[in-house]
Design a protein around this ligand. Structure first.
Ligand code: PMP
Length: 441
Protein backbone atom coordinates (compact mmCIF):
# COMPACT_ATOMS: atom_id res chain seq x y z
CA UNK A 1 0.00 0.00 0.00
CA UNK A 2 1.44 3.38 -0.89
CA UNK A 3 1.70 6.16 1.68
CA UNK A 4 -1.00 8.08 -0.22
CA UNK A 5 -3.41 5.13 0.03
CA UNK A 6 -3.08 4.82 3.78
CA UNK A 7 -5.88 6.30 5.85
CA UNK A 8 -4.82 9.56 7.48
CA UNK A 9 -5.75 8.12 10.86
CA UNK A 10 -3.20 5.29 10.44
CA UNK A 11 -1.31 5.67 13.73
CA UNK A 12 2.08 5.06 12.07
CA UNK A 13 1.84 7.24 9.03
CA UNK A 14 2.86 10.67 10.28
CA UNK A 15 6.23 9.84 11.75
CA UNK A 16 8.78 9.83 8.95
CA UNK A 17 11.15 7.33 10.46
CA UNK A 18 14.92 7.86 10.32
CA UNK A 19 17.21 5.31 8.61
CA UNK A 20 14.17 3.06 8.16
CA UNK A 21 12.44 1.53 5.15
CA UNK A 22 9.23 3.37 6.01
CA UNK A 23 6.77 1.47 3.80
CA UNK A 24 8.15 -1.87 4.84
CA UNK A 25 7.86 -0.79 8.44
CA UNK A 26 4.22 0.17 8.05
CA UNK A 27 3.50 -3.33 6.74
CA UNK A 28 5.52 -5.09 9.42
CA UNK A 29 6.02 -2.73 12.37
CA UNK A 30 8.47 -3.56 15.11
CA UNK A 31 7.15 -1.65 18.08
CA UNK A 32 9.01 -1.44 21.37
CA UNK A 33 6.72 -0.45 24.20
CA UNK A 34 8.86 -0.58 27.31
CA UNK A 35 12.34 -1.41 28.60
CA UNK A 36 13.99 -2.51 31.79
CA UNK A 37 17.55 -3.67 32.38
CA UNK A 38 18.80 -5.44 29.27
CA UNK A 39 15.30 -6.20 28.01
CA UNK A 40 12.74 -4.45 25.87
CA UNK A 41 9.08 -5.45 25.84
CA UNK A 42 6.88 -5.40 22.77
CA UNK A 43 3.25 -4.30 22.77
CA UNK A 44 2.14 -7.80 23.77
CA UNK A 45 4.43 -7.60 26.79
CA UNK A 46 6.89 -10.16 25.36
CA UNK A 47 10.56 -9.80 26.30
CA UNK A 48 13.29 -8.92 23.80
CA UNK A 49 17.00 -8.95 24.61
CA UNK A 50 18.77 -5.68 23.87
CA UNK A 51 21.66 -7.00 21.80
CA UNK A 52 22.91 -3.59 20.69
CA UNK A 53 22.72 -1.48 23.87
CA UNK A 54 20.07 0.62 22.16
CA UNK A 55 22.17 2.20 19.41
CA UNK A 56 25.41 1.47 21.31
CA UNK A 57 24.28 4.11 23.78
CA UNK A 58 22.80 2.42 26.84
CA UNK A 59 25.53 0.18 28.26
CA UNK A 60 24.21 0.22 31.83
CA UNK A 61 20.86 -1.12 30.72
CA UNK A 62 17.50 0.60 30.70
CA UNK A 63 15.80 2.48 33.50
CA UNK A 64 18.68 3.09 35.91
CA UNK A 65 17.06 4.67 38.95
CA UNK A 66 20.06 6.92 39.77
CA UNK A 67 19.94 8.55 36.34
CA UNK A 68 16.18 8.97 36.42
CA UNK A 69 16.35 10.61 39.84
CA UNK A 70 19.22 12.92 38.87
CA UNK A 71 17.28 14.05 35.80
CA UNK A 72 14.15 14.68 37.81
CA UNK A 73 16.06 16.62 40.51
CA UNK A 74 17.74 18.77 37.86
CA UNK A 75 14.39 19.53 36.23
CA UNK A 76 13.25 20.93 39.56
CA UNK A 77 16.39 22.99 40.23
CA UNK A 78 17.25 24.35 36.77
CA UNK A 79 15.52 22.91 33.72
CA UNK A 80 17.25 25.19 31.23
CA UNK A 81 19.43 28.25 30.96
CA UNK A 82 21.10 29.76 27.89
CA UNK A 83 24.55 28.28 27.35
CA UNK A 84 25.82 31.33 25.47
CA UNK A 85 27.22 34.01 27.80
CA UNK A 86 25.84 32.16 30.87
CA UNK A 87 27.05 29.10 32.69
CA UNK A 88 25.55 26.63 35.14
CA UNK A 89 27.16 24.23 37.61
CA UNK A 90 26.33 20.86 36.03
CA UNK A 91 28.08 21.84 32.78
CA UNK A 92 31.33 22.79 34.51
CA UNK A 93 31.22 19.73 36.72
CA UNK A 94 30.56 17.31 33.88
CA UNK A 95 33.33 18.86 31.77
CA UNK A 96 35.76 18.32 34.65
CA UNK A 97 34.68 14.71 35.10
CA UNK A 98 34.89 13.96 31.37
CA UNK A 99 38.37 15.52 31.29
CA UNK A 100 39.41 13.11 34.05
CA UNK A 101 38.59 10.24 31.68
CA UNK A 102 40.13 11.56 28.46
CA UNK A 103 43.82 11.09 27.58
CA UNK A 104 46.21 13.65 29.13
CA UNK A 105 46.00 17.07 27.52
CA UNK A 106 42.56 16.63 25.96
CA UNK A 107 40.95 18.61 28.73
CA UNK A 108 38.84 21.24 27.02
CA UNK A 109 35.33 19.91 26.72
CA UNK A 110 32.57 21.46 24.63
CA UNK A 111 29.14 19.89 24.73
CA UNK A 112 26.59 19.40 21.98
CA UNK A 113 23.44 17.37 21.52
CA UNK A 114 24.32 14.48 19.24
CA UNK A 115 27.23 12.62 17.73
CA UNK A 116 26.67 14.39 14.42
CA UNK A 117 26.88 17.76 16.14
CA UNK A 118 30.05 16.73 17.95
CA UNK A 119 31.67 15.75 14.66
CA UNK A 120 30.81 19.00 12.94
CA UNK A 121 32.00 20.90 16.02
CA UNK A 122 35.35 19.08 15.91
CA UNK A 123 35.83 19.77 12.20
CA UNK A 124 35.12 23.45 12.76
CA UNK A 125 37.59 23.64 15.66
CA UNK A 126 40.23 22.23 13.29
CA UNK A 127 39.47 24.84 10.63
CA UNK A 128 39.60 27.75 13.04
CA UNK A 129 42.74 26.47 14.76
CA UNK A 130 44.62 26.47 11.48
CA UNK A 131 43.16 29.76 10.36
CA UNK A 132 44.19 31.69 13.46
CA UNK A 133 47.72 30.35 13.03
CA UNK A 134 47.83 31.77 9.54
CA UNK A 135 47.30 28.40 7.88
CA UNK A 136 43.83 29.09 6.58
CA UNK A 137 44.53 27.12 3.40
CA UNK A 138 44.20 23.94 5.46
CA UNK A 139 40.59 23.26 4.57
CA UNK A 140 40.54 19.67 3.42
CA UNK A 141 39.39 16.85 5.65
CA UNK A 142 40.44 13.25 5.28
CA UNK A 143 38.01 10.52 6.29
CA UNK A 144 37.81 6.91 5.29
CA UNK A 145 35.72 4.63 3.11
CA UNK A 146 33.08 2.89 5.23
CA UNK A 147 33.54 5.50 7.99
CA UNK A 148 30.49 6.87 9.76
CA UNK A 149 30.53 10.29 11.34
CA UNK A 150 26.87 11.15 11.56
CA UNK A 151 24.52 12.83 9.17
CA UNK A 152 25.27 16.54 9.38
CA UNK A 153 27.06 18.14 6.48
CA UNK A 154 30.61 17.78 7.74
CA UNK A 155 29.98 14.30 9.06
CA UNK A 156 28.50 12.75 5.95
CA UNK A 157 31.03 14.47 3.75
CA UNK A 158 33.93 12.81 5.57
CA UNK A 159 31.93 9.61 6.08
CA UNK A 160 32.32 6.78 3.64
CA UNK A 161 29.13 4.73 3.72
CA UNK A 162 27.78 5.07 0.23
CA UNK A 163 24.06 4.94 0.99
CA UNK A 164 24.43 7.84 3.40
CA UNK A 165 26.08 9.97 0.72
CA UNK A 166 24.82 9.24 -2.72
CA UNK A 167 21.44 10.99 -2.56
CA UNK A 168 22.89 14.24 -1.36
CA UNK A 169 25.36 15.33 -3.98
CA UNK A 170 28.79 16.76 -3.43
CA UNK A 171 28.98 17.59 0.26
CA UNK A 172 31.94 19.54 1.62
CA UNK A 173 34.42 20.39 -1.08
CA UNK A 174 37.80 18.85 -0.53
CA UNK A 175 36.79 15.83 1.54
CA UNK A 176 39.12 12.92 0.80
CA UNK A 177 38.74 9.27 1.74
CA UNK A 178 41.40 6.76 2.63
CA UNK A 179 40.71 3.12 1.88
CA UNK A 180 38.94 1.10 4.56
CA UNK A 181 40.75 -1.64 6.44
CA UNK A 182 38.48 -4.61 5.75
CA UNK A 183 40.93 -6.74 3.81
CA UNK A 184 40.78 -10.46 3.03
CA UNK A 185 44.06 -11.19 4.84
CA UNK A 186 42.42 -10.30 8.14
CA UNK A 187 39.14 -12.17 7.73
CA UNK A 188 38.16 -14.14 10.85
CA UNK A 189 40.91 -12.55 12.93
CA UNK A 190 39.46 -11.49 16.26
CA UNK A 191 40.71 -8.22 17.62
CA UNK A 192 43.21 -6.32 15.53
CA UNK A 193 44.21 -7.78 12.19
CA UNK A 194 47.88 -8.35 11.53
CA UNK A 195 47.74 -6.92 8.00
CA UNK A 196 46.98 -3.47 6.71
CA UNK A 197 48.87 -0.93 8.86
CA UNK A 198 50.22 0.43 5.59
CA UNK A 199 46.71 1.49 4.54
CA UNK A 200 47.37 4.53 6.75
CA UNK A 201 49.88 5.61 4.09
CA UNK A 202 46.90 6.71 2.01
CA UNK A 203 47.08 9.85 4.14
CA UNK A 204 50.69 10.36 3.09
CA UNK A 205 49.59 9.99 -0.55
CA UNK A 206 47.03 12.77 -0.07
CA UNK A 207 49.80 14.91 1.40
CA UNK A 208 51.92 14.23 -1.66
CA UNK A 209 49.06 14.94 -4.03
CA UNK A 210 47.45 17.99 -2.41
CA UNK A 211 50.10 19.35 -0.04
CA UNK A 212 50.00 19.08 3.73
CA UNK A 213 49.24 22.79 3.85
CA UNK A 214 45.75 22.11 2.45
CA UNK A 215 44.76 19.42 4.97
CA UNK A 216 43.15 20.44 8.25
CA UNK A 217 42.37 17.13 9.89
CA UNK A 218 42.06 13.40 9.51
CA UNK A 219 39.05 11.80 11.18
CA UNK A 220 38.54 8.10 11.85
CA UNK A 221 36.62 5.89 14.21
CA UNK A 222 39.26 3.87 16.11
CA UNK A 223 36.98 0.85 15.54
CA UNK A 224 34.65 1.56 12.62
CA UNK A 225 31.23 0.77 14.08
CA UNK A 226 28.23 1.51 11.91
CA UNK A 227 29.73 -0.18 8.86
CA UNK A 228 29.83 -3.51 10.69
CA UNK A 229 32.72 -3.41 13.19
CA UNK A 230 36.14 -3.04 11.62
CA UNK A 231 38.91 -3.07 14.23
CA UNK A 232 42.04 -1.21 13.16
CA UNK A 233 44.93 -3.39 11.94
CA UNK A 234 47.85 -3.52 14.34
CA UNK A 235 49.99 -0.41 13.99
CA UNK A 236 47.46 1.38 11.78
CA UNK A 237 46.37 4.07 14.24
CA UNK A 238 49.98 4.62 15.34
CA UNK A 239 50.94 5.15 11.70
CA UNK A 240 48.12 7.66 11.20
CA UNK A 241 49.31 9.49 14.31
CA UNK A 242 52.86 9.67 12.97
CA UNK A 243 51.79 10.99 9.59
CA UNK A 244 49.49 13.61 11.15
CA UNK A 245 52.21 14.80 13.52
CA UNK A 246 54.77 14.96 10.74
CA UNK A 247 52.54 17.16 8.59
CA UNK A 248 50.72 19.30 11.17
CA UNK A 249 47.38 17.60 10.44
CA UNK A 250 45.02 17.28 13.39
CA UNK A 251 43.96 13.73 14.20
CA UNK A 252 40.35 13.35 15.32
CA UNK A 253 39.13 10.10 16.81
CA UNK A 254 35.39 9.74 16.53
CA UNK A 255 34.63 7.80 19.70
CA UNK A 256 30.87 8.22 19.59
CA UNK A 257 30.55 4.42 19.86
CA UNK A 258 33.83 3.50 21.51
CA UNK A 259 33.77 6.24 24.16
CA UNK A 260 32.92 5.33 27.74
CA UNK A 261 34.15 1.83 28.02
CA UNK A 262 33.15 -0.19 24.94
CA UNK A 263 36.77 -1.34 24.42
CA UNK A 264 37.54 -1.83 28.12
CA UNK A 265 39.04 1.61 28.78
CA UNK A 266 37.23 4.92 28.99
CA UNK A 267 38.29 5.69 25.42
CA UNK A 268 39.65 3.50 22.65
CA UNK A 269 42.52 5.99 22.39
CA UNK A 270 43.73 4.55 25.69
CA UNK A 271 43.09 0.95 24.65
CA UNK A 272 45.17 1.44 21.50
CA UNK A 273 47.73 3.74 23.13
CA UNK A 274 47.30 6.43 20.48
CA UNK A 275 46.38 9.97 21.50
CA UNK A 276 44.52 12.07 18.96
CA UNK A 277 44.18 15.86 19.09
CA UNK A 278 40.41 15.87 19.39
CA UNK A 279 37.96 13.18 20.51
CA UNK A 280 34.25 13.20 19.72
CA UNK A 281 31.94 11.35 22.09
CA UNK A 282 28.18 10.96 22.68
CA UNK A 283 25.78 8.07 23.34
CA UNK A 284 27.06 6.43 26.56
CA UNK A 285 27.89 9.79 28.14
CA UNK A 286 24.32 9.85 29.51
CA UNK A 287 23.65 6.12 29.14
CA UNK A 288 21.39 7.11 26.25
CA UNK A 289 18.87 8.70 28.59
CA UNK A 290 19.07 12.31 27.38
CA UNK A 291 20.65 13.36 24.07
CA UNK A 292 24.15 14.69 24.62
CA UNK A 293 27.58 14.70 23.03
CA UNK A 294 30.92 16.39 23.52
CA UNK A 295 34.30 17.06 22.02
CA UNK A 296 37.50 16.85 24.03
CA UNK A 297 40.12 19.18 22.60
CA UNK A 298 43.84 19.51 23.29
CA UNK A 299 44.34 22.44 25.66
CA UNK A 300 46.76 24.29 23.43
CA UNK A 301 44.35 24.09 20.49
CA UNK A 302 41.74 25.90 22.53
CA UNK A 303 44.39 28.29 23.85
CA UNK A 304 45.50 29.15 20.32
CA UNK A 305 41.93 30.03 19.37
CA UNK A 306 41.37 32.06 22.55
CA UNK A 307 44.66 33.92 22.13
CA UNK A 308 44.16 34.82 18.49
CA UNK A 309 44.98 38.40 17.67
CA UNK A 310 42.76 40.58 15.45
CA UNK A 311 41.43 40.07 12.82
CA UNK A 312 41.02 36.46 13.97
CA UNK A 313 40.05 37.23 17.57
CA UNK A 314 36.49 35.98 17.32
CA UNK A 315 36.61 33.18 19.91
CA UNK A 316 34.78 30.13 18.53
CA UNK A 317 31.48 31.27 17.05
CA UNK A 318 29.77 27.97 17.43
CA UNK A 319 27.30 26.33 19.80
CA UNK A 320 23.79 24.99 20.05
CA UNK A 321 20.72 26.05 22.01
CA UNK A 322 21.06 22.78 23.88
CA UNK A 323 24.84 22.76 24.37
CA UNK A 324 25.55 21.62 27.94
CA UNK A 325 21.82 21.30 28.61
CA UNK A 326 21.58 21.14 32.42
CA UNK A 327 19.29 18.11 32.41
CA UNK A 328 21.61 16.22 30.05
CA UNK A 329 24.57 17.20 32.22
CA UNK A 330 22.79 15.83 35.28
CA UNK A 331 22.17 12.58 33.43
CA UNK A 332 25.85 12.54 32.44
CA UNK A 333 27.06 13.11 35.99
CA UNK A 334 24.84 10.32 37.31
CA UNK A 335 26.06 7.99 34.54
CA UNK A 336 29.75 8.70 35.13
CA UNK A 337 29.26 8.13 38.86
CA UNK A 338 27.90 4.66 38.14
CA UNK A 339 30.83 3.92 35.78
CA UNK A 340 33.25 4.83 38.58
CA UNK A 341 31.45 3.18 41.48
CA UNK A 342 30.64 -0.06 39.68
CA UNK A 343 33.97 -0.31 37.87
CA UNK A 344 31.96 -0.67 34.70
CA UNK A 345 34.92 -0.55 32.32
CA UNK A 346 36.61 -3.32 34.32
CA UNK A 347 33.48 -5.39 33.82
CA UNK A 348 33.78 -4.85 30.05
CA UNK A 349 37.33 -6.24 30.20
CA UNK A 350 35.99 -9.32 32.01
CA UNK A 351 33.13 -9.92 29.58
CA UNK A 352 35.11 -9.28 26.41
CA UNK A 353 37.13 -12.53 25.94
CA UNK A 354 34.06 -14.78 26.31
CA UNK A 355 32.03 -12.60 23.99
CA UNK A 356 34.71 -12.48 21.30
CA UNK A 357 35.23 -16.24 21.50
CA UNK A 358 31.55 -16.76 20.84
CA UNK A 359 31.61 -14.38 17.89
CA UNK A 360 34.67 -16.23 16.55
CA UNK A 361 32.87 -19.56 16.94
CA UNK A 362 30.93 -18.82 13.73
CA UNK A 363 34.10 -19.39 11.74
CA UNK A 364 33.70 -22.42 9.51
CA UNK A 365 29.94 -22.02 9.10
CA UNK A 366 29.37 -22.07 5.34
CA UNK A 367 26.87 -19.22 5.67
CA UNK A 368 29.42 -16.94 7.35
CA UNK A 369 32.02 -15.05 5.30
CA UNK A 370 33.79 -13.22 8.14
CA UNK A 371 33.67 -12.56 11.86
CA UNK A 372 35.14 -9.49 13.53
CA UNK A 373 35.24 -8.15 17.02
CA UNK A 374 36.89 -5.84 19.46
CA UNK A 375 35.83 -5.10 23.02
CA UNK A 376 32.11 -5.61 23.35
CA UNK A 377 31.56 -5.08 19.64
CA UNK A 378 31.14 -8.10 17.40
CA UNK A 379 30.02 -8.80 13.85
CA UNK A 380 29.09 -11.97 11.99
CA UNK A 381 29.07 -11.29 8.27
CA UNK A 382 26.68 -13.52 6.36
CA UNK A 383 27.04 -14.62 2.76
CA UNK A 384 24.74 -12.34 0.77
CA UNK A 385 21.40 -13.69 -0.43
CA UNK A 386 19.81 -11.46 -3.05
CA UNK A 387 20.84 -7.83 -3.13
CA UNK A 388 23.56 -6.69 -0.69
CA UNK A 389 21.95 -6.02 2.67
CA UNK A 390 18.76 -7.94 1.91
CA UNK A 391 19.78 -10.89 4.03
CA UNK A 392 20.90 -8.67 6.92
CA UNK A 393 17.60 -6.85 6.94
CA UNK A 394 15.55 -10.07 6.91
CA UNK A 395 17.73 -11.33 9.72
CA UNK A 396 16.99 -8.26 11.82
CA UNK A 397 13.24 -8.66 11.27
CA UNK A 398 13.31 -12.35 12.20
CA UNK A 399 15.51 -11.71 15.24
CA UNK A 400 12.89 -9.29 16.53
CA UNK A 401 10.29 -12.05 16.30
CA UNK A 402 12.69 -14.35 18.14
CA UNK A 403 13.20 -11.89 20.98
CA UNK A 404 16.44 -10.14 20.05
CA UNK A 405 17.05 -6.54 19.04
CA UNK A 406 20.29 -6.18 17.10
CA UNK A 407 21.95 -4.12 14.37
CA UNK A 408 22.59 -5.17 10.84
CA UNK A 409 24.97 -3.33 8.56
CA UNK A 410 24.71 -4.68 5.06
CA UNK A 411 24.79 -8.44 5.66
CA UNK A 412 26.81 -8.16 8.86
CA UNK A 413 24.90 -9.02 12.02
CA UNK A 414 26.22 -6.80 14.79
CA UNK A 415 26.05 -7.40 18.52
CA UNK A 416 27.07 -4.79 21.09
CA UNK A 417 25.78 -6.15 24.38
CA UNK A 418 25.09 -3.83 27.28
CA UNK A 419 27.90 -3.92 29.85
CA UNK A 420 25.17 -4.82 32.32
CA UNK A 421 24.43 -8.10 30.52
CA UNK A 422 25.45 -11.33 32.23
CA UNK A 423 27.58 -13.92 30.39
CA UNK A 424 24.42 -16.05 30.14
CA UNK A 425 22.47 -13.24 28.55
CA UNK A 426 25.29 -12.68 26.05
CA UNK A 427 25.28 -16.41 25.25
CA UNK A 428 21.54 -16.23 24.76
CA UNK A 429 22.03 -13.47 22.15
CA UNK A 430 24.62 -15.58 20.36
CA UNK A 431 22.35 -18.66 20.49
CA UNK A 432 19.52 -16.77 18.79
CA UNK A 433 21.90 -15.61 16.04
CA UNK A 434 23.16 -19.19 15.58
CA UNK A 435 19.66 -20.63 15.46
CA UNK A 436 18.56 -18.16 12.79
CA UNK A 437 21.64 -18.84 10.66
CA UNK A 438 20.90 -22.58 10.92
CA UNK A 439 17.33 -21.88 9.82
CA UNK A 440 18.73 -20.19 6.72
CA UNK A 441 18.07 -16.56 7.65
N1 PMP B 1 29.97 9.16 14.82
C1 PMP B 1 29.94 7.85 15.04
C2 PMP B 1 31.22 7.08 15.09
C3 PMP B 1 28.72 7.21 15.24
O1 PMP B 1 28.70 5.88 15.45
C4 PMP B 1 27.55 7.96 15.23
C5 PMP B 1 26.19 7.33 15.48
N2 PMP B 1 26.09 5.99 15.39
C6 PMP B 1 27.64 9.33 14.99
C7 PMP B 1 28.86 9.90 14.80
C8 PMP B 1 26.42 10.19 14.92
O2 PMP B 1 25.78 10.29 16.13
P1 PMP B 1 24.27 10.79 16.22
O3 PMP B 1 23.42 9.73 15.60
O4 PMP B 1 24.04 10.96 17.70
O5 PMP B 1 24.19 12.09 15.50
Amino acid sequence: MSAAQRPSNDPLINQWMPFTANRQFHDQPRIIARAEGVYYYNTQGEKLLDGSSGLYCIPLGHGRREIREAVSRQMEVLDYAPPFQYGFPPGFQLATEVAELTPPGLNRIMFAGSGSEAVDSALKVALQYHRVRGEGARQRFVGRERGYHGVNFGGWSVGGMVNNRKAFGLGLPGALHMRHTHIKENYFEMGQGTHGADLADDLERFVNLHGADTIAACIVEPVAGSTGILPPPKGYLQRLREICTKHGILLIFDEVITGFGRTGQAFASQTFGVTPDIITMAKAITNGSIPMSAIAVREDIQQTILDAAPPNAVEFYHGYTYSAHPVACAAGLATLKIYREENTFGRVRELTPGFLEQIASFKGDPEVVDTRGFGLLGAVELAPKGKPGERGFKFLCKAFEEGLVLRCSGDSVVLAPPFAATPDQISEMIDIVRKLIRQGY
